[in-house]
Ligand binder design. Structure first.
Ligand code: ATP
Length: 293
């Protein structure tokens, strides 16, 4: 069982469906409302746990109803939330309005921005106990940097999913055992405008695996050659959470070696797009094994 430490965000996604978008100042009746656990940290933690990893999540929620619901949901997935913090601000949330075949999203980071570097120092033991550390960019940059430092101090591979897209300081580029951007995030991470993604990948030989939707994922080997893991052909229903499933799976299967882990991560992510929802679509280890039979 791989011991995965995730340092990241925990959100509640509030999804409203309406016939159309309201005009400024207008009140409109919507068609449907649903809430779903989300946040890249929590999603990736759940993906890894469903695939059999022993997962601990370092994050922060508010002392409110959403915080309690999210903690319960994580616990039900077998994620260790013993080190999850609570802050006196609202739990992170995303309001998502679906209308006219499009979506409009407002994210309020709330408690996610209260996860500070000193909190990770207090939980240094979690880094000692992990086999692999996984982070994203939805908690403060200084916190992600400290996670990378602590992972390095304890000799643990640090996997960084640089999402949402953000230019990365050299300290992070140097410390990450692996970055897992999509094409846009890769350009942003390296602070490059446009440019050929293959050339960008070669700037970090041996340390970048880039996802490309149904095309699968690419890894730039240490000698600069590219390894392509083709995507698995499935009938896609909802691609939300594909990236999170890929990252959680990559961490869970990390001890098998990168190219094997990438194949399993692409398979798990393909399965996730055959079902609705981010966490809702994430496969169990049994479902993954069944697919690969
Ligand atoms: P998101 O932020 O929407 O979750 P992303 O941009 O981070 O996605 P993608 O590159 O879209 O990540 O997808 C991650 C992985 O999921 C891909 O490498 C691929 O293996 C798998 N995947 C995504 N879409 C499909 C699809 N339509 N069919 C099969 N596999 C898919």
């Amino acid at each position: 069982m791989t011991r995965v430490l995730v340092v990241g965000s925990v959100n509640m996604d509030l999804v409203v469906e309406a016939e159309r978008y309201p005009r400024l100042g207008e009140t409109l009746f919507g068609k449907r409302f649903a809430s779903y656990p989300g946040g890249k940290g929590a999603n990736q933690a759940v993906a890894a746990a469903r695939l059999g990893a022993q997962v601990t999540l370092l994050g922060c929620v508010g002392r409110d109803m959403f915080g309690s619901q999210l903690k319960e949901a994580l616990q039900a997935e077998g994620v260790d939330i013993g080190r999850l913090r609570e802050a006196e601000v609202a739990t992170g949330l995303a309001t998502i309005t679906l209308a006219e075949g499009d979506n409009a999203i407002v994210v309020v980071p709330g408690a996610n921005h209260e996860l500070l570097p000193q909190h990770l120092d207090q939980d240094e033991q979690a880094f000692r106990d992990a086999d692999v550390v996984l982070a994203q960019m939805e908690v403060p940059l200084a916190t992600v940097e400290r996670a990378a430092e602590l992972a390095q101090r304890h000799g643990k591979p640090f996997l960084l999913n640089p999402a949402p897209a953000h230019p990365l300081p050299s300290s992070l580029l140097e410390r990450a055992a692996l970055l897992t951007p999509n094409e846009h995030e890769l350009a942003q991470a390296l602070d490059e405008r446009g440019g050929d993604w293959q050339a960008l990948m070669r700037k970090l030989p041996g340390r970048v695996a880039m996802t490309r939707g149904k095309d699968g994922a690419y890894f730039c080997r240490a000698d600069g050659s590219l390894h392509h893991q083709p995507g698995f052909v499935v009938s896609a229903v909802d691609t939300t959470g594909a990236g999170d499933t890929f990252n959680g799976a990559l961490a869970a299967f990390w001890p098998q070696g990168l190219e094997a882990a990438m194949a399993l991560a692409c398979a798990a992510a393909a399965l996730s797009v055959t079902r609705a929802g981010a966490q809702g679509g994430m496969p169990t280890l049994a479902a993954l094994q069944q697919m690969l039979k």
